[in-house]
Design a protein around this ligand. Structure first.
Ligand code: ADP
Length: 448
């Protein structure tokens, strides 16, 4: 049966729920539809943290940061393709969004470093909890507390429109029954298309056959739905691979493991790249090695620092050895050369200079037994491109005009990350822009 509401939101991931919470707090009546049987989408898989510049937590640690520096790092990481206006909003609103999330119950005071950042800027969940899990707990509490209507197993199949104006959506529930949700505003928060091989290879043929870190529902449904409104797409060919994913089983090893001290070696037992380079650079370097994979190598101390590793250990993904020699033998690579590589790296650590690859943050000397390794390769991770929005998260059509009543936030949009997303920026993106979408949509529907 058809229903009516102020705002309908497609997708119950981080962007959709940030929007739902903010819009509800602004007094709007909200319905969220989610095609999966659970909330969270790819946000459930977010491990690293959330980038934010100039927070009180950075200040306490004596870290000098600013939205300008964050902007500069992100632009560089995105190959200067980022939409500067969107990026400005992201960087300027990042710190206050950390505090907003904390007001909702999050704890984000732990700070670390991730690839492509010039200072420690990534704010992590408490006690090593993956950020996605943590935020979804917080959001779920709010959904319950605010009594927000979240409809699981409910798939949006069409955007209803009158001329250039969105007026609601058509959905299908699990039994295939369709009904309309009429709304004064529609927010697209349906995520990316990293689990849709047809779309991925349509835009980037060289990714044919790649694995994916995405949840199966990341199929880019919105891209077809917006066609009738002539919505503009931006950076749609920009698809990111994550450099360290375990082949075949597609388990992603979080970037933090490298941040906390792991190195990469190839089948010649040699390092081949600054491991903290951006994802695109590291991915490309791995694909140029023999076998198109590499080994992520670390010691017991890294395990103790990077709490996420325990999960990989428990899952039996890691090769463990009492010495580097034994590790080399187990990996079937030259063990002596491996010892030499690690010793040389440890020397760089002690002298604070990586003479070969210029890695600046080395974190630990790799000396504490046991040693560990895991074979990794790049897999499809994030689709940077998507629907075009302005800084109010209003969706823009191919004539450059706003589509009335239509907003978008999160991975479904393009522009924020340019040609390459920096680790820690997905969570900033979905929360900063999700919140803006919720707020602006709520304001727009007032009195309508
Ligand atoms: P973001 O990080 O941008 O919030 P997520 O992947 O975390 O993106 O969340 C997007 C959510 O949208 C996922 O839970 C996904 O299952 C859901 N979704 C995708 N397409 C549809 C659709 N057609 N109808 C309803 N929900 C959808």
């Amino acid at each position: 049966e058809d229903i009516s509401t102020d705002i309908v939101i497609i997708g119950a991931g981080g962007a959709g729920l940030s929007a739902a919470i903010e819009a509800t707090n602004q007094g709007a009546k909200v319905v969220v539809v989610e095609k999966n049987a659970f909330m969270g989408g790819n946000t459930n898989y977010a491990t690293g943290g959330m980038n934010a510049a100039g927070t009180k937590y950075q200040e306490t640690k004596g870290i000098q940061d600013s939205p300008e520096l964050y902007f500069k790092d992100t632009m560089k990481g995105g190959h200067d393709k980022n939409d500067p206006a969107l990026l400005k909003v992201l960087t300027e609103k990042s710190a206050e969004t950390i505090y907003w999330l904390e007001e909702l119950g999050a704890k984000l005071s732990e700070i670390g470093r991730s690839g492509g950042q010039s200072v420690d800027r990534i704010h992590k969940g408490p006690e090593g909890m993956p950020i996605g899990t943590h935020l979804m707990d917080v959001f779920a509490d709010q959904i319950e507390k605010l009594n927000i209507d979240v409809r699981l197993n409910t798939k949006a199949v069409e955007i209803l429109a009158e001329g250039n104006k969105a007026t609601g959506i058509k959905v299908e529930n699990k039994d295939g029954n369709a009904y309309n949700i009429n709304a004064k505003a529609v927010i697209l928060a349906s995520g990316g298309f990293g689990a849709n091989p047809e779309l991925v290879t349509k835009y980037k043929p060289e990714l044919e056959g790649f694995g994916t870190t995405n949840q199966p529902g990341a199929t880019g449904d919105a891209l077809a739905m917006v066609e009738k409104l002539d919505v503009a797409l931006t950076d749609i060919k920009e698809i990111q691979t994550h450099p360290t994913v375990v082949p075949k089983i597609n388990e992603m090893i979080t970037e933090g493991v490298r941040g906390d001290g792991a190195i990469l070696v190839n089948r010649d037992s040699k390092r081949f790249i600054n491991e903290l380079e951006t994802r695109d650079v590291v991915s490309k370097a791995i694909l140029s090695q023999e076998g198109n994979t590499a080994f992520l190598l670390f010691d017991q101390q890294v395990v103790e620092e990077a709490s996420a590793i325990q999960k990989y250990k428990d899952a039996g993904l890691l090769t463990e050895a009492a010495s580097l020699k034994e590790l080399g033998e187990k990996l079937k690579i030259d063990a002596e050369a491996l010892e030499k590589t690690v010793n040389t790296y440890n020397e760089y650590y002690r002298n604070k200079e990586d003479k070969e690859f210029g890695r600046r943050l080395m974190n630990v000397e790799l000396t504490k037994t046991p040693f560990y390794a895991v074979e990794i390769a790049p897999a499809i991770h994030h689709t940077m491109g998507g629907v075009r929005i302005n800084t109010n998260t209003e969706v823009i059509n191919n004539s450059g005009n706003v589509v009335e009543g239509l907003y978008a936030a999160g991975e479904v949009t393009g522009g924020v990350h340019g040609g390459n997303r920096i680790g820690g920026n997905a969570v900033s993106d979905i929360t900063v822009f999700g919140r803006i979408a919720g707020k602006n949509a709520a304001e727009a529907v007032k009195g309508k």
